[in-house]
Write a protein that binds this ligand. Sequence first.
Ligand SMILES: *Cc1c(COP(=O)(O)O)cnc(C)c1O
Length: 369
Amino acid sequence: MSEKILVTRSSMPPIEEYFDEIRELWDSHWLTNMGVKHRELESILSEYLGVEYVSLMTNGHLALENILQAMDLSGEVITTPFTFASTTNAIVRNGLKPVFCDIKEDDYTIDPDKIEALITDKTCAILPVHVYGNICDTEKIQRIADKYGLKVIYDAAHAFGERYMGKGIGTYGDASMFSFHATKVFNTIEGGAAVFKSKELYDKIAELKNFGICSQDCVKYVGGNAKMNEFQAAMGICNMRHIDEELEKRRMAVERYRERLGNADGIKLSPVREDVVYNYAYFPVVFDKKKFGADRDEIADRLARNDIIARKYFYPLTNSFESFHGEYDVSLTPIAADISNNVLTLPLYADLTVDVVDKICNLILESEC
Ligand SMILES: *Cc1c(COP(=O)(O)O)cnc(C)c1O
């Protein structure tokens, strides 16, 4: 194979389609600040995601920061260390303290049975992650939140377009964040959105993402700048026209992976639930070295020698980041630590062919003994 197979490859519309979409911008000269494309994409996504309000942002991370700021939170936020740097950094950058809860062994989402023990009189919110598109235990989490009067904010960066019990995943909790980064299932190059049911929150976030400006002569909040521009929104409008085919192609690659790896001893795949409509965003595989004969790092190296770049995603855990100078005790989240040491996320994107999936599986299974 001459070209490297990376863990992901961005979906792009035919170039003429994008040119057509941006042509009007040369007439209007309106390039950002909630232009026509921005508003059109908000409405397309509100329909597609099945949520009342969508606020588009420069990226998913700033969507999360803006949600936290909009809720006027202070104190502690219970969250998971088994996630991308963004989740934890958004909490800390808002002056809040992350309190790390361990994850479930089967689907790697926050373990709701361990949340209550972490609640103190300073706890203000729970911030779980639908990691790899695996849906959190939304019912249990909501029950705890209601009992203690906590906000629930989901990092749904991996869960674009997923549905649970017939409802869009963004309808659970008080707010959710989606990422439209180039590497995600749906992209606007960079981009993201905050979604919620509350009109009040939508209005506040609309101001927060534009420096807190509420009118020509009023700045109401200490906001930053997180507005999605018209070129990003145009990319999103084009990509949304192809989303169904893209998901279907991803589904086929995932089914092949499952066929090939599902019965291998020492390999654990994420569970498939009947009540979830998936987006096939990631394909994480957890190796049990004792049973499988090779560990995660050996498999990653073997794939790399064959120009296949899988990712140790999520490793390291966010509570072990150097930036926190040992402030958090990683031994308090042992399951997260174990999964993080043994998980490998395999290449997955719409244009990944079954032949390449087979090649990857052959390389992995060589070591089975
Ligand atoms: C991608 C990602 C983010 C951040 O999104 P950006 O759009 O890249 O800012 C946050 N959380 C998780 C879990 C992610 O995978």
